[in-house]
Write a protein that binds this ligand. Structure first.
Ligand code: ADP
Length: 951
């Protein structure tokens, strides 16, 4: 019978007393807890279970308000349910704890129903309750196990610590029924920090963070349970924060691993709460799971991080790293190693069997000798030896050659056995190739610079390039406008000749031929696939066939251009098994071509310079002065004649500004009009006086302009001009010289002829003397001119004989004394014992006459003239001293020149032809003697003649 049925039936029952009795019997036997309260909640009936189950005295229970027995946690719900029932509702099932007499709590499942009296006034509440403590305990146990199971499952599943904490907190809340919960962990600075939380405000977390009932190094911290914050004795601030958050009860459950405190679980309730052992135990279990998960996760994280780091390092290092086991099996290889060994992926490499891997390469040592696998550093490391060596390996499939420096170390186990070998591979192909190329380029440049025989050089270059750089090289150069192959070299010597012949037969003149393209565009050509272009570049099918047979794979053509001039082209090709050319090969070829072009240009320049040097050499022998002034006004060429005229050495003049060398240059340069070009005909040269080192020189200069400057050619007319001047002076002097005696003769003759004048005998004699002496003078002048003319025409014969020098001297002076003015005293000083002189007596007489005559003539103020004859070693010396005008030292050499006179204008009134001393010198030389003058230029002169003694 349900309670509802019971209620309705009881309301409808007739025999209330018997019914009550029946009810009492039933109730007294019931294990259920039956309670009836009045409308105020006061208990009016309590079944015997109150005593048997809870230990209460029934009399004490009846009359007591039912709330006295309600668990504080459930008070609210209980009051709410009571009011609902008094309002007429029934409640089927409501679990609640009832206080037992011993202070413990027993959980009952209540069902409540209202009970009114027959008139419906009094209202009672009937509560029947079944003891479900055991069931509850079982349910909690299941819940607990379930929670732990879920935690364990979560730990197993968790991918990150964060999700694990999240899930654990949820489970904890579920399993304990707390209002809020949180998990905190110590951070690196040992500060407790919220990790996960439920139902906590930001403000609370900030206030509570860092608070911990334990020190971080606490060894076995116990849970701290706070039933009511009011009694906890927390610091005021913390307590205030807890209250402000609405928290009343808290539990601190330490998160422990191996006795180390990692953090805490926090359980919060908003009402005072006596934390049950079960709650604490459950929390501790979850905490311990979580703690170990945390430690494991942390360790795993650290491991993962370090592995990631290591992996990243391994991946990013340029050095290849390979680990092989003692059996030689590869167990690890990083990306760089995979690349260096030439595999596509790590898996591919690791899966490859050792012998198989090695068979892909041709292993060579640094010098290109085959390398035994036992000598590989990895193998040596497995044998316990640490080593490093440079290894060159050729990839058989592609022909590519690579270089590596491999260093390997053994790894030992605890027993000192080698378990692994770690090899570090550094790919040095790049630097090695760069070095090889550099040395190839250097050697090529050296070759190019070594000789100026350019064709041989280029042929040598071809030799050098094969096989260091290319499989074949061809050099085509323009010769008289025609492209000719001057050198060809092929990896296969037999093919070198074939290539040359082929080039002869089929010159690269087809428009699409890369050589033509390179020359036409002046751009280097890169032909990645020669065979693909074979037909396009061939003259005909047979040519194409020949190209196919040569089998070049890739090609590079570099035009040889320097200073805008194209000399030809260099062609490089690759031949299998060489790998095809790459971009860097292209760059190298271009560089090589550039250097070759410069070398060619240098050779040509040198040729031109040599030709120019020959011309310059020729200019050295030209009597005309030649110098070249470049566009900057610098002297570039200065020939021997220029040296002579300007008295500046070529080494001093070349490279100088022209006005530095020729002082008057600015004054005359504008007056020279250069011809536009050498072929423009000869311009009449301009003649200018120029002062060179204080001496005036007359130059006749003409100029021709050319692209690099102006060439000046000049003739030094100074000598000619002087001779011209002398000649004209001579004419005037001689006319004067002739006119003077003629006038005297004429005058004397006229006087003698006059009839109207009677002349005394003495007067007649005087006039006749004048005629005689002036005629004599005339004769001497005419004589001088005759002598000079005979000397000039080479008609002067000399008949040398042994003469008496003293006698000759006396005769000359005696003859002249006759004409000499009275102011001049003539003397002869000649010893009798003189040896005979070897001379032509007429010529010697002429010489002495001229000298003594001059001495008299140039002593206008009188004085003594002495002719001394004496022996000097194996010679006879004739000396004529006077006390006359003297000869300035600067003019002493010139007075022996033809026509030269110190005083051509006759300012001193002494006439002459300027021939006397010239005749003397010429005659003395013909008689194998010497003549010179000594004078201080102020007073007196001494003329000396030396002639050999006759044998
Ligand atoms: P000239 O007919 O003028 O005398 P010479 O050839 O004999 O010609 O002499 C050349 C010049 O040398 C003379 O003009 C004169 O100036 C100078 N000369 C020659 N002899 C003497 C001397 N004894 N004393 C001074 N001057 C002299």
């Amino acid at each position: 019978m349900s309670k509802a049925e019971y209620a309705s039936q009881s309301a409808a029952g007739d025999d209330l007393v018997s019914l009550v009795r029946f009810q009492e019997l039933a109730l007294e036997r019931s294990h259920d807890l039956i309670t009836v309260t009045d409308s105020t909640g006061r208990i009016v009936y309590a079944s015997p279970s109150w005593q048997t189950r809870l230990g209460w005295d029934l009399d004490l229970v009846v009359g007591t308000p039912s709330t006295e027995f309600v668990h504080p946690d459930e008070m609210k719900t209980a009051v709410h349910a009571f009011l609902a029932v008094t309002a007429g509702q029934s409640i089927e099932s409501a679990p609640a704890r009832v206080r037992a007499a011993d202070g413990g709590w027993v959980t009952f499942d209540f069902s409540l129903a209202p009970l009114s009296d027959s008139v419906g006034r009094e209202v009672y509440v009937v509560a029947s309750a079944r003891d479900i403590t055991e069931r509850e305990a079982l349910r909690e146990r299941v819940q607990e196990i379930n929670a732990l199971y879920r935690v364990a499952d979560a730990v197993a599943r968790a991918t990150s610590l964060t999700t694990l904490f999240e899930e654990s907190i949820d489970m904890l809340v579920d399993a304990t029924g707390v209002d809020r919960a949180a998990a905190l962990l110590y951070d690196e600075a040992d500060v407790m920090r919220f990790q996960t939380w439920r139902g906590l405000s930001d403000g609370y977390r900030v206030a509570a963070e860092g608070h911990s009932p334990w020190t971080p190094d606490a060894t076995s911290p116990q849970p701290l349970l706070v039933q009511d914050v009011a009694d906890a004795g927390f610091a005021a601030e913390l307590e205030e924060a807890i209250r402000a958050e609405g928290i009343v009860a808290l539990a601190f459950i330490p998160l422990l691993h191996d006795g180390n405190l990692l953090g805490t679980f926090m359980l919060y309730r908003d009402a005072p709460h006596a934390w049950s052992e079960r709650e604490v135990r459950l929390s501790q279990s979850i905490a311990s799971h979580l703690a170990s998960a945390t430690v494991r996760a942390r360790a795993r994280e650290a491991l993962r991080e370090s592995r990631v780091q290591l992996e990243t390092i391994m991946r990013t290092v340029d050095e290849g790293i390979v680990v092989q086991t003692s059996g030689g099996r590869l167990v690890y290889a990083n990306d760089a190693a995979v690349r260096a060994i030439g595999f596509g992926s790590t898996d591919e490499l690791l899966a490859s069997e050792r012998g198989q891997t090695l068979s892909r390469f041709e292993l060579l040592d640094e010098d290109g000798r085959p390398l035994q696998t036992d000598d590989l550093p990895g193998r040596l490391a497995l044998a316990g030896e640490t080593s490093e060596r440079t290894i060159r390996y050729r990839v058989k499939e592609t022909g590519e050659e690579r270089w590596s420096v491999v260093r390997a170390n053994p790894v030992y186990d605890a027993d000192g056995r080698v378990t692994m070998a770690v090899s570090v591979i550094r790919d040095i192909t790049g630097t090695r190739t760069a070095a090889e190329r550099q040395s190839f380029l250097t050697r090529g440049s050296e070759l190019l610079n070594e000789t100026l025989a350019i064709q041989q050089t280029l042929a040598a270059l071809a030799e050098l390039a094969v096989p260091a750089f290319a499989g074949h090289v061809t050099v085509d150069l323009y010769e008289d406008g025609v492209l000719r192959c001057v050198g060809a070299r092929h990896l296969d010597p037999a093919k070198s000749q074939v290539m040359l012949e082929l080039r002869e037969k089929y010159p690269p003149t087809v428009e699409a031929h890369p050589v033509q393209r390179a020359i036409r565009t002046s751009e280097p050509q890169f032909v990645p696939d020669v065979q693909a272009e074979a037909v396009a570049m061939a003259h005909d099918e047979r040519h194409a066939q020949a190209i196919r047979e040569l089998g070049n794979t890739s090609g590079i053509v570099v035009p040889l251009i320097a200073r805008g001039r194209t000399f030809g082209a260099l062609t490089f090709g690759t031949v299998p098994p060489q790998p095809p050319f790459t971009e860097s090969d292209f760059a190298l070829a271009i560089e090589l071509g550039r250097r070759a072009a410069i070398a060619l240009d240098n050779a040509l320049l040198y040729g031109e310079a040599e030709a120019r040097a020959h011309a310059a050499e020729a200019l050295e022998f030209v009597d005309d002065g030649v110098f070249l002034v470049d566009g900057d006004g610098l002297i570039r060429l200065w020939n021997a004649a220029a040296v002579k005229t300007f008295r500046v050495k070529a080494t001093k003049a070349v490279g100088k500004q022209v006005e530095e060398v020729i002082r008057d240059w600015p004054a005359i340069v504008d007056r020279i009009t250069p011809a536009a070009e050498p072929t423009a005909g000869l311009r009449s040269p301009e003649t200018f006086p120029l002062v060179v080192k204080g001496v005036e020189r007359w130059l006749s200069i003409s100029a021709v302009r050319f692209p690099g400057g102006t060439v000046y050619a000049f003739r030094d007319l100074t000598e000619e001009r002087a001779v011209e001047q002398l000649k004209s002076d001579f004419v005037s002097t001689v006319s004067h010289e002739l006119r003077t005696p003629l006038a005297a003769i004429y005058g004397a003759a006229l006087t003698l002829q006059r009839d109207d004048v009677r002349l005394e005998e003495s007067q007649r004699t005087g006039l006749l003397d004048v005629i005689s002496s002036e005629a004599d003078r005339l004769a001497r002048i005419v004589n001088d001119i005759l002598w000079a003319s005979r000397l000039d025409s080479g008609q002067m014969g000399v008949a040398i004989e042994s003469c008496d020098a003293a006698r000759l001297a006396r005769q000359v002076v005696d003859a002249l004394r006759h004409h000499a003015p009275t102011t001049v005293e003539l003397r002869v000083d000649a010893g009798d014992e003189l040896p005979p002189v070897a001379a032509d007596p007429d010529k010697l007489r002429q010489v002495l006459t001229n000298l003594v005559d001059n001495a008299v003539k140039y002593s206008p103020d009188g004085g003594t003239v002495n002719l001394t004859v004496q022996p000097a070693a194996n010679r006879i010396r004739f000396r004529v001293d006077d006390e006359g005008l003297g000869v300035p030292p600067a003019e002493q050499s010139r007075i022996f020149e033809k026509f030269f006179r110190l005083d051509p204008q006759l300012t001193r009134g002494v006439g002459g032809t300027g021939l006397g001393l010239y005749i003397c010198r010429e005659l003395v030389q013909r008689m194998h003697g010497r003549i010179w003058v000594a004078s201080d230029g102020r007073r007196g002169s001494t003329f000396t003649v030396e002639l050999p003694i006759a044998e």
